[in-house]
Design a protein around this ligand. Structure first.
Ligand code: G3I
Length: 373
């Protein structure tokens, strides 16, 4: 997802503070529990499992292996992890000569040792090729290089990763290219057939892994062009026989953006009709449009989370939820979408000190109310 994508695009509707707190207060009254209750509280992973769903989180090797409260938080709540950057092309192959999977392997071992499911992110992404690939990717051998990379990466983690984001963010209607593909040399030259080849390469590299296409900005009213383009694209992938098992909906949400339940329900069921599983893969909720008050921000972020997840979990094809981080302390949003007032965003289930926020309770509550699979 690009940092400025669509931000500021939706009308910032003003909600009267008192009205909102009253409404949100009712919805969340049962969700707030005292600190004293916390040690016995059912974890997100248990709540998800009870419904046949999976709760996971993105992890970063830095804090995972150096900060105990972070590792404890991951182990308490998640039954699936996905590395934030450690499997991407740039960090794993900074020179043409050799690959370095040190951090990614450590995360894979951590997953195995702790019986966690592991997602792989991501094999093919226009944003992440290392600098040395620049001229090759635009030349005649560009597609071959990308395919080889995808194949090597997935082979390296064979039978350790249960699910791959094989291709990430290939759709960009604003680029004006055929089939709404992003303006990137391998797509320009190979079109959708090249993406089909990426999925075949992935299946061959690890026949047991589930293979996902992953993309963003399909949640809000104003994003119908992206919903239509992505649906059309997924349909073509299936028609062309690509071995694609699921669609990863990133879910980088923005508190106060216009969310229309009916539209989103329809979109999810149209994806499901293609025979695809659905996973929310990168949930966080930006509070960039909200005022200073922390309590108010947390309440609105939680309400938005709950509203979104209730719709998501109603769709039977949805298999789970992954948040893009577990704690506000480590979120890409602080750099990616900084608030104008420079305050830190409160976008994830735990705060900077690993205490549960209303967003944690909103996720817990959504799992409680989710229909069983
Ligand atoms: O590791 C280098 C460091 O050596 C260097 O000194 C520093 C200078 O800026 O950069 C460091 O790399 C940064 C890297 O994160 C690790 O911190 C990159 O600049 C920075 O661009 C990179 O950002 C990541 C971004 O993807 C691009 O790969 C974010 O952490 C990560 O959260 C974000 O995640 C993406 C998903 O993969 C796809 N969907 C959208 C999501 C959010 O943008």
């Amino acid at each position: 997802m690009r940092n400025n994508d669509n931000i500021g695009h939706w009308p910032a509707r003003r909600i009267d503070r008192r009205t909102f707190l009253l409404a949100a207060g009712t919805a969340f009254a049962s969700a707030y529990v005292s600190r004293a209750d916390e040690p016995t509280e059912t974890s997100l992973r248990q709540r998800a499992e009870k419904k046949g769903l999976v709760f996971g989180t993105q992890v970063n090797a830095g804090p995972l292996f150096s900060l105990k409260p972070y590792q404890d938080a991951v182990l308490r709540d998640a039954s699936m992890i996905v590395p934030e950057n450690e499997m991407k092309w740039r960090p794993t192959q900074s020179t043409a000569l050799q690959s370095n999977y040190f951090n990614a392997d450590r995360i894979a071992k951590f997953a195995k040792d702790n019986k966690l499911l592991l997602r792989g992110h991501t094999a093919v992404w226009h944003q992440n090729p290392p600098a040395w690939t620049k001229d090759i990717i635009t030349g005649d051998d560009g597609q071959k290089l990308v395919l080889e990379h995808a194949s090597d990466l997935i082979k390296h983690f064979r039978e350790r990763v249960m699910e791959w984001d094989v291709v990430n963010e290939a759709i960009a209607p604003e680029d004006g290219m055929p089939d709404n593909l992003r303006n990137w040399a391998p797509y320009n030259k190979g079109g959708i057939d090249f993406i089909v080849d990426c999925f075949y390469a992935a299946r061959e590299a690890d026949p047991k892994a589930n293979l996902y296409y992953n993309d963003y900005s399909v949640y809000y009213q104003s994003q119908s062009h992206r919903r239509d383009a992505i649906l059309g694209f997924l349909e073509k992938l299936k028609t062309k026989g690509a071995p694609v098992d699921g669609f990863g909906i990133q879910s980088h949400l923005i508190a106060k953006a216009e969310f229309d339940e009916v539209i989103y329900r329809r979109f999810l069921s149209e994806v499901a009709d293609l025979g695809l599983k659905i996973r929310a893969t990168e949930l966080d909720v930006s509070d960039i449009r909200l005022e200073l008050d922390i309590k108010l921000r947390d309440t609105i972020v939680a309400a938005h989370t709950k509203q979104y997840l209730d719709v998501l979990f109603d769709e039977p094809a949805v298999v789970g939820l992954v948040t893009w981080g577990i704690t506000d302390r480590f979120s890409w949003l602080h750099q990616g979408w900084p608030r104008k007032d420079r305050l830190r965003q409160r976008c994830l289930p735990l705060d900077d000190n690993f205490a549960k926020k209303p967003m944690w309770y909103a996720i817990a509550n959504a799992f409680e109310h989710a229909p069983s699979r």
